[in-house]
Write a protein that binds this ligand. Structure first.
Ligand SMILES: Cc1cc2nc3c(=O)[nH]c(=O)nc-3n(C[C@H](O)[C@H](O)[C@H](O)COP(=O)(O)O)c2cc1C
Length: 156
């Protein structure tokens, strides 16, 4: 399968997780590309004032994975903008990989997954699996492994 991992990563944490996922998916025989979602201003919290300078297209991939951090207990403006401008995602099953600093998913990660799932549903997509890596948790390595295992198993 030709898989696109579309990632917004301001400081590199989410990118480092999806690089491990990329490696695993390749081992499993897939063709994989990581493509960055990049806003014109990483520090702008107001979505209406954000433009994307890189908005990769989903259409060339058989499957896509969306990945990004939690900002203010929410998805980042860049990811939201990408989904809103993504065109037709109908029928797509899109796994999510989320990272956050705080140690437990109820501290913004779960809410972010919920918001992204709702937004993707408005574009006709569903979220079959999601994983949250809590960067500030003592279990970061285990959570990273879990995320890689969960998403790669789903795409087997
Ligand atoms: C503006 C901003 C807001 C943030 N808000 C939260 C938050 O609400 N909860 C949390 O756990 N982490 C929060 N973080 C931390 C990031 O989610 C965390 O460091 C993440 O792993 C960064 O991923 P990245 O390196 O891929 O950008 C925030 C970071 C930034 C820059």
């Amino acid at each position: 399968m030709n898989i696109g991992i579309l990632v917004h990563s301001k400081t590199g944490n989410t990118l480092s997780v999806v690089k491990l996922l990329e490696e695993r998916l390749r081992k499993n025989g897939h063709t994989v590309s990581i493509e960055r979602i990049v806003p014109d201003n990483e520090d702008q919290p107001d979505k209406s004032k954000v433009m994307l300078v890189s908005a990769p297209s989903a259409s060339k991939f058989d499957s896509i994975i969306l990945a990004g951090p939690v900002h203010g207990f929410s998805p980042t403006p860049a990811i939201v903008k990408w989904i809103e401008g993504s065109g037709d995602l109908s029928g797509r099953n899109i796994p999510l990989v989320i990272t956050q600093q705080l140690p437990f998913p109820f501290m913004g990660g779960n809410r972010t997954v919920r918001k992204l799932t709702e937004l993707l549903q408005t574009q006709g997509a569903t979220v079959p699996v999601s994983s949250i890596v809590n960067w500030g948790s003592g279990k970061r390595q285990m959570l990273t492994d879990n995320a890689v295992n969960k998403v790669s198993e789903y795409l087997k």
